[in-house]
Design a protein around this ligand. Structure first.
Ligand code: ZN
Length: 182
């Protein structure tokens, strides 16, 4: 499912952590680039930074997703291995419910999920930025940037009508496997 991460040399590991704002053990360590889901290149192949972060402590899998531990953080830019774990898409869905319960769904602090993006792109065909922004409790500028593929450009595709109907009914998008290799 995922590209196998090669053995990481000390040089590669050092180069990786150079891209990270390392703080205390329990703090979020943000990937320095503006992209939420940073990528890191090894031998001309790109890997998601989260996957490399776990690999630095020996946790690798070709089939499991890398998830943020919902009890520790829900920060897409965070690559602190203490805040990450390997898991299935089912666990990802459960984590999302946990995050929802912790934060209150779609509150003003809410961050978008990857699975929201294809829905936003479809809604944008028929709905104003302001209306979509209200649905997701974010600013209209953020919607505009998503539509123009300035942000979240790693999320490809547009939702189906059925997925949008489900979102409008339940107020939540169905999480999907978002991690991929290029
Ligand atoms: Zn974190």
């Amino acid at each position: 499912m995922y590209n196998t991460i090669p053995e990481l040399t000390p040089e590669t590991i050092a180069r990786f952590w150079n891209n990270v704002e390392i703080k205390g053990a329990n703090d979020c360590w943000n990937w320095k680039s503006t992209c939420n889901y940073g990528r890191f290149r090894i031998n001309s192949k790109c890997y998601y930074a989260h996957r490399i972060a776990l690999a630095t402590i020996g946790l690798k899998s070709d089939v499991l997703m890398v998830l943020h531990d919902p009890l520790k953080c829900n920060n897409p830019r965070c690559v602190n291995p203490n805040h990450l774990r390997l898991g299935t898409s089912l666990q990802n869905g459960r984590d999302k419910i946990t995050v929802g319960n912790l934060q209150g769904s779609k509150n003003s602090q809410a961050t978008l999920l990857e699975s929201d993006i294809p829905i936003i792109r479809l809604l944008a065909n028929t709905m104003s930025n302001v209306k979509i922004a209200k649905l997701f409790n974010i600013g209209p500028c953020a919607i505009s940037q998503i539509k123009r593929h300035i942000t979240w450009k790693h999320v490809i595709g547009v939702a189906t009508d059925a997925e949008v109907a489900e979102f409008l009914r339940t107020g939540t998008s169905v999480p999907f496997v978002l991690d991929f290799q290029i």
